[in-house]
Design a protein around this ligand. Structure first.
Ligand code: DC
Length: 234
């Protein structure tokens, strides 16, 4: 069982401690991010949700996902509220379930390739860095959004393992999907995210790459906490 970390106040004048957790979908980064943020009492940034919300808002308004300028404008003006826990409101409507659909994930990945969209969301993401600290989950948290973060993790797992995890999660929710189809979507999204020209999904030079294929969430969390201790962040 994962032992509750002892939190020490961080001595970092004028700066907010940030832990970045990047990696592909299904690597466990979302779960690790939310467990860590709640253990520490720190803020959480689910940056993927912002790309998903932008894709959903575009679809709701009939804006084509390949219209970079229109989607970027939408991203800059998103009316979003993150409510502590799991609540996410877009234009005042609950959209937690809607943004988790595979189609929205793929749409998010498409619009995330546009430099103007990424630029439009940058300041909004950086604004999450407030005391006592932030755990930020995404693809470019360690490379672009928080390049000075003292602790950077890049979490990976095999595509097969990630498809299996997603399959079991959806099955648990009573959603019927094919494992093969999920694997195809995962591989397609990895390719889109890793091969785009701007802010591709790659580990920062100073990131620790952790393979979660054979690890439990508690083991991953313990490794992240070790890294925080090693860097003097807690
Ligand atoms: O983490 P996620 O599956 O919710 O992210 C959805 C998509 O958003 C992902 O396929 C790529 C994009 N994304 C990104 O480009 N940069 C981020 N920091 C987070 C997500």
């Amino acid at each position: 069982m994962y032992a509750k970390p002892k939190v020490k106040t961080i001595v970092m004048k004028d700066s907010v401690p940030v832990v970045t957790i990047d990696g592909p979908g299904g690597s466990g980064k979302g779960t690790v991010t939310s467990l860590l943020a709640s253990e520490l009492g720190w803020h959480l940034l689910d940056s993927g949700a912002l790309y998903r919300l932008t894709a959903l808002a575009a679809l709701n308004r009939g804006i084509a996902l390949d219209d970079e300028a229109a989607v970027a404008k939408l991203a800059a003006n998103l009316d979003v509220q993150f409510i502590a826990g799991t609540g996410i409101l877009l234009d005042g409507e609950h959209v937690e379930l809607a943004i988790r659909q595979e189609a929205i994930g793929l749409g998010a990945s498409r619009i995330a390739a546009f430099p103007a969209v990424r630029a439009a969301l940058l300041a909004r993401q950086q604004a999450f860095a407030v005391l006592p600290g932030l755990v930020a989950d995404g693809r470019d948290m360690g490379t672009v959004v928080f390049p000075d973060a003292p602790v950077k993790i890049f979490l990976i797992a095999s595509a097969e393992e990630r498809a299996k995890r997603r399959f079991l999660q959806l099955q648990g929710q009573g959603v019927n999907v094919s494992l093969e189809r999920l694997l195809e979507d995962i591989v397609r999204r990895d390719e889109q995210d890793a091969n785009r020209a701007v802010a591709p999904m790659i580990p920062a030079d100073d990131a620790i790459v952790l393979d979660s294929t054979q690890l439990t969430i508690q083991e991953v969390l313990a490794r992240v906490v070790d890294e925080m201790h090693a860097k003097g962040v807690m």
